[in-house]
Design a protein around this ligand. Sequence first.
Ligand code: CA
Length: 227
Amino acid sequence: MTAPLVLVVEDEPAQRDLLTYNLEADGFRVAGAASGDEALMLVDEERPDLILLDWMLPGVSGIEICRRLKSRPETRGVPIVMLSARSEEVDRVRGLETGADDYVVKPYSVIELMARVRGQMRRLRPASQGEVLTFEDITLDSETHRVSRAGKPVKLGPTEFRLLATFMEKPGRVWSREQLLDRVWGRDIYVDTRTVDVHVGRLRKALCIHGGPDPVRTVRGSGYALG
Ligand code: CA
C-alpha cells in the first residue's frame, strides 16, 4: 500500500524542511510548495491526502487557497490543517469559515502537529491498517494481499497488485503513466513508461479471467483510470 501523501505549503524553506523531515519519519510521502499558485497546481497534479497550509504566503494567501479548495467538489474532502503565526489569526480563520479542518499556531510543537495530522488521517481512513478496498465487484485486502472479483479469487503479481491498489484508492481518478511509475515503481527506479502499459495489460487480463467487463479505462493522451 502506498503511504498517504501530505502537501506542505510553506514559503519558509527551513519550516518546510522541518515538516518534511518529520512527516517522512512518520511514514508519509511529502510534496512541498513554496507559494499559493504552486500549491494549487500540485493539488491538481498529485491529489494529496492531506494539506498543511501556511496562512502567510506570497501571492495567493493560505486562507484563499483553503476557501478555493473547499469550494471545489473534487478537493472538498481533502483535510486542511492551517498553520498561522498568531492565535488571533486562528480566531479569524474560524470566523471566516474557510472550512479548514484544524488549526495550529506557530511556533508549534512538532509532536502536537504530527498528532493533529494523524488525527485527520484517522478520520479519513478509519481502518488504514488491514484496509479492504472495494470497487464494484472487486475486493482488495491490503493486509492479506488477496484480491477477488465477484467472489472468485484473482491472482496478481506484486506489480499488478500495487497498480490495482493505486487505482482502487481513488476510483475514477485518471493516472498518467509517469504518476503510476512514481507510485508503483518508485521515483528512483528507471522504468520505461511502456512498462506501465505492459503491467496494466496483465492486470486487465487477470481481472477478466472469470469474465466480466474490463474495469480499467484507457484515457487517450492521459493514462489510465478505474471505472
Ligand atoms: Ca509564511
